[in-house]
Design a protein around this ligand. Structure first.
Ligand SMILES: *Cc1c(COP(=O)(O)O)cnc(C)c1O
Length: 384
């Protein structure tokens, strides 16, 4: 065997032995909530399509119109010729939603985080990041070549200790967190983190991939209750509740202008297809017009946690922590037999020993099915 293939096979065998080998499964998403897999129709609790907008007629129509007008692809990076006119409209809307001076759209959320952080932090800089922050925030942090230190999940006192110890030795500092944590569904203490960052002349960056569209009247996790937390760097994705594709950063005008010039994942990557940008604009229209609809995913998640006596959901994401990877896979299989798709989440996506079912609730999940799922989880998943 060629050494390259032997290398790959060894790695795969090691994953198999630990029950961590994963595979792609053809999935036909017929509407916002039902999927078909292997000839079986399942109610999905695994899509991040919280508002079921990927299948909404207004988004599909906007995407088709954009293809007819501007083409299937953008043809170059945005700084060359890929900056079709829909971008300006989307960026203006995003800045409006987040109440910042400006916004910039990237190819995806992953590309956004990989590009943003190294623009702000260099080898002399410091990054203080929540240990459960999304993988692509860690990728961006590593690309900066600055010093990266994790703080215990949502532990502001620990983050304060770290900044007190390390801030002075670095030219700039960034505090990084998810707004809504992707695998746990809990919220970051943004108010306290902003105060902390300001106290240490550090810049706060939040990743609101799971907040925009569904939290704070659709504006995201910096708009909870009546308070608006003026976070200087608000990143997010257009690929989840927004139902399209792409990533964004909302920030001040000079910061956005700097990103346009320096973020490598923007400068050296092709612009989004016009259809994705048009669909995102249509989604923001819908969300602005129907805040009650935008509130439904969290409402349904709260109903589910109440049925099971779990801690009250703060977002559309509810984790059912099982423990071992094998057991999470078995629980997921059991639910498939009952007609529910709840993908098992295993290390390294979550810490070892915390493999789980990650349930996501969407606007259109029927309440009677949520009740049936809760009963099965109570009687057959949580007992074993
Ligand atoms: C999904 C996700 C991303 C990546 O966004 P994409 O647009 O899918 O690349 C970034 N951060 C968090 C917290 C996410 O959950």
């Amino acid at each position: 065997m060629h050494s390259l293939d032997a290398f790959a096979q060894e790695k795969l065998d090691a994953l198999d032995r630990r029950g961590l080998r994963r595979g792609l499964v053809d999935t036909f998403r017929e509407d916002g909530i039902w999927v078909e897999r292997g000839g079986k129709r399942l109610l999905s609790f695994s899509c991040n399509d919280y508002l079921n907008l990927t299948q909404h007629p207004a988004l599909k129509e906007a995407a088709k119109t954009a293809i007819d007008r501007y083409g299937a692809g953008s043809g170059a990076s945005r700084l060359i010729t890929g900056n079709h006119p829909l971008y300006a409209e989307l960026e203006e809307r995003l800045a409006q939603v987040k109440q910042t001076e400006a916004a910039i759209v990237f190819g995806s959320g992953y590309l956004a985080n990989s590009g943003i952080i190294p623009v702000l932090i260099g080898p002399e800089g410091l990054i203080v990041i929540d240990e459960l922050a999304h993988a692509c925030l860690f990728s961006g942090s590593q690309l900066s070549r600055g010093k990266v230190i994790t703080f215990r999940h949502n532990d502001v006192a620990h983050a304060r200790e770290l900044l007190t110890t390390h801030r002075a030795a670095h030219d700039h500092a960034l505090v990084v967190t998810d707004g809504v944590f992707s695998m746990d569904g809990d919220l970051a203490p943004l108010d306290d983190l902003l105060t902390l960052a300001n106290d240490h002349d550090a810049w706060l960056m939040t990743d609101d991939a799971h907040g925009i569209g569904v939290i704070g009247g659709g504006r995201g996790s910096s708009f909870i209750g009546n308070a608006h937390v003026p976070i200087p760097l608000q990143m997010g994705t257009l690929s989840k509740a927004i139902g399209a594709y792409g990533g964004y950063l909302c920030a001040s005008a000079p910061v956005i202008e700097l990103m346009r010039n320096r973020a490598r994942t923007l400068v050296y990557s092709t612009g989004l297809p016009p259809s994705a940008v048009a669909a995102a604009i249509a989604a923001l229209d819908l969300i602005e017009r129907e805040p009650d609809y935008a509130a439904l995913p969290v409402k349904k998640a709260k109903a589910f946690t109440a049925m099971l006596g779990l801690p009250e959901a703060q977002s559309p994401i509810v984790p059912i922590v099982i423990g071992e990877a094998d057991d999470a896979v078995a629980a997921s299989r059991l639910l498939i037999e009952e007609g529910f798709l709840a993908a098992p989440i295993r290390p390294p996506t979550v810490p070892a020993g915390t493999a789980r079912l990650r349930l996501t609730f969407t606007a259109q999940h029927p309440m009677d099915e949520i009740e049936r799922l809760a009963a099965i989880v109570r009687e057959r998943v949580l007992v074993s």
